[in-house]
Design a protein around this ligand. Structure first.
Ligand code: TXA
Ligand code: MG
Length: 417
């Protein structure tokens, strides 16, 4: 039931991967590598010193449990069995068997019991009696883990509080000088982290929405009654908008993020944008499904009515292609596919200001793939604020993960623009 993968060590790529694997196995400096969700910052999950290296590089307090990445079920079973477990019993709990069959390798993390004489470093489980495990489907990740022949603990490879990295460039930007090696696999296919599920409790629960939607999980035998076990911070009915400077920032670019929920929100008018800024400054605009480019409709109309003059046009909505396997293995893949914000200079109320306009939709998969990248791109433009068009998350698919991340990133929620 496990598959096999052989590394060709006569090629430069093969040699590079071998070096990364040997760093994973022997060094205490973590290695960044691509997965189909986001880039991970990996360390041998059985060595405390190596796992501590992750927290050091990320500059994050070590109070969060880490996901353990494995390349085969055999590797997972080895982690789960104890010296006195009967060999005829599968140490992977039954409930997970159909889920694994359906989704692994892939973007879903399962919660498992930590065995008594566990080989996992205590820093991985953060004192819990359970741990998360997943088999990524990115071939470079699988090859790396298999070659290193160690279970790999890995959080996302961003600096603490920043948006998760979905390209090697993002990792380099955040962690340059703190790590020695990034395996560059081009842009990530999924773009948001794995779904974390707990099948040890009854009914099973989704602890974090991610790459596999709850509707799909519910089609798996034994998982029909899966419940949502997480809570979105700023869903409607919640407390007031979160104030800037709160203790735990997540997925956040430098500029404050203002999220317009899909339900009830509408595209900001040029006057709304103008109001967000002083006499000068710049805004980032992330459009997903329905908002139109700054030059179309709304602004064009208001320009006529109120004498506002858009000086340059914005981009049209375009699909962001998934990275094909070939591109995944090419170093410069991301450069070719990078999302670019387009500069639109606007004039309103005697103010002249810049909008960096991006469209990452309209498909949910594209929004997920482009989301973190868009926030980072706008950060590089040094915008004063970022306004994001939310998407409808009723669907029980990956949209739930997108909105979960956006609500965490948003310090200001704009329902009535
Ligand atoms: O897609 C992903 O999952 C990425 C890539 C690199 O694989 N990794 C990732 O790791 O997102 P990290 O550390 O950023 O997130 C780990 C998540 C957290 O939400 C954590 O609370 C949860 O997994 N988690 C880990 N162990 C857990 C446990 N024993 N019980 C409950 N939740 C756990
Ligand atoms: Mg993370």
């Amino acid at each position: 039931e496990d598959w096999d993968l052989e590394l060709d060590t006569t090629t430069q790529d093969g040699k590079d991967l071998q070096l990364a694997a040997s760093n994973l196995k022997y060094s205490d400096v973590p290695v960044a590598f691509p997965t189909e969700t986001v880039y991970g910052l990996g360390a041998d999950a059985t060595r405390s010193a190596a796992v501590k290296g992750i927290y050091q590089a990320k500059q994050r307090p070590s109070d969060n449990p880490l996901i353990v990445h494995i390349a085969s079920l055999k590797q997972l079973r080895k982690l789960l069995s104890t010296s006195n477990s009967p060999p005829e019993v599968d140490p992977i709990p039954q409930i997970y068997h159909p889920l694994i069959k359906r989704f692994w390798p892939g973007p879903i993390t399962i919660i498992l019991p930590v065995p008594e004489d566990s080989k996992l470093a205590p820093e991985v489980t953060a004192g819990l009696h359970t741990f998360g495990a997943r088999m990524p489907r990115n071939l470079l990740a699988l090859a790396l883990i298999k070659t290193a022949d160690v279970p790999v603990a890995a959080p996302s490879a961003n600096a603490s509080t920043k948006p998760s990295p979905t390209a090697a460039e993002h990792v380099r930007y955040d962690l340059d000088g703190r790590i020695e090696l990034i395996v560059d696999g081009g842009p990530c296919d999924v773009g948001v982290e794995s779904t974390v599920v707990d099948g040890l409790s009854s009914p099973p629960a989704v602890l974090r929405p991610g790459g596999i939607g709850i509707d799909l999980i519910k089609t798996v035998p034994g998982w029909e009654n899966t419940i949502v076990g997480y809570h979105d911070v700023s869903l409607k009915g919640d407390a007031a908008p979160r104030a800037p400077g709160m203790k735990y920032r997540h997925y956040s670019p430098k500029a404050p993020v203002m999220l317009v929920e899909a339900t009830g929100g509408k595209q900001p008018h040029i006057s709304d944008l103008s109001r967000q800024l002083g006499t000068n400054g710049s805004l980032g605009l992330v459009r997903t499904r329905t908002w139109t480019s700054m030059l179309e409709d709304e602004v064009a109309g208001s320009a006529k009515e109120k004498g506002s003059v858009p000086l340059e046009s914005g981009p049209k909505c375009a699909d962001i292609p998934a990275s094909p396997l070939e591109a995944m293995l090419r170093e410069s893949a991301y450069q070719q596919k990078q999302l670019h914000a387009q500069e639109v200079v606007l004039q309103h109320d005697n103010k002249r200001f810049t909008v960096w306009d991006m469209c990452i939709g309209p498909d949910t998969a594209n929004v997920a793939r482009g989301l973190f990248s868009a926030l980072r791109e706008l950060d590089r433009k040094d915008v004063d604020a970022i306004i994001v068009e939310g998407i409808d998350d009723d669907e029980g698919d990956i949209a739930a993960a997108v909105m979960n991340r956006l609500r965490k990133a948003a310090e200001i929620k704009l329902e009535q623009l």
